[in-house]
Design a protein around this ligand. Structure first.
Ligand code: 5GP
Length: 182
């Protein structure tokens, strides 16, 4: 597995950044009760590390939406595969995402949650591909900016693999090509 992946953000750097994000979130949400809403499956590793560092009362929930096929480019179509357990009306929602790319998924999520009458909606993403954005949406908190490369690890997959890598890596283009052209 190693020779197909280059380390982009080592584990220690991700963990350090998570602690910083958690203290920002803790400070901003002090005295409020937040629903931390993870988007399955990519956010789970980042989210579980993040919430352990946030020392305020919170509840967690999950949604699963799909905007990607089995390739590496956004289709623009967002479909709800699993909805929240909690009613979001009047609640403070912090969406947790693995990576914001075109921003389509996040825009869809923020509009949906606002439409359900949430009191506030913010997002915390592990990674931000800012240069790829094609809709106007705020990423309120994020760990690191990344470029155009396709990243895996720390929850992020390629064809459902690599989510368990304890660092963020870049999959070499020849590996992607091999599968995409099949
Ligand atoms: P967006 O709607 O912002 O274009 O896409 C967001 C979703 O696309 C992310 O939640 C993630 O599942 C997927 N995605 C975007 N860029 C990458 C990437 O570099 N690596 C992986 N594994 N997934 C990505």
């Amino acid at each position: 597995m190693d020779y197909t992946i280059e380390t982009l953000i080592p584990r220690e750097a991700v963990e350090k950044r998570i602690k910083e994000l958690a203290s920002e979130i803790e400070r901003d949400y002090k005295g409020r009760e937040v629903i931390v809403l993870g988007l399955l499956k990519g956010s789970v590793i980042f989210m579980s590390d993040l919430i352990k560092e946030i020392d305020i009362p919170l509840v967690i929930d999950f949604m699963s939406v799909s905007s990607y096929g089995n390739g590496t480019d956004s289709t623009g179509i967002v479909k709800i595969l699993k909805d929240t357990d909690f009613d979001l009306k009047g609640r403070e929602i912090l969406i947790v995402e693995d990576i914001i790319d075109t921003g389509l998924t996040l825009k869809f999520m923020k509009d949906l949650i606002k439409g359900r009458g949430a009191k506030s909606v913010k997002c915390c993403a592990m990674l931000n591909k800012e240069a790829r954005r094609n809709v106007d949406v705020d990423v309120d908190y994020y760990g690191s900016k990344v470029g155009n490369e396709f990243v895996v690890g720390y929850g992020l997959d390629f064809l459902n693999m690599y989510r368990n890598l304890p660092y963020v890596g870049v999959l070499k283009p020849e590996v992607i090509q091999k599968y995409v052209n099949k």
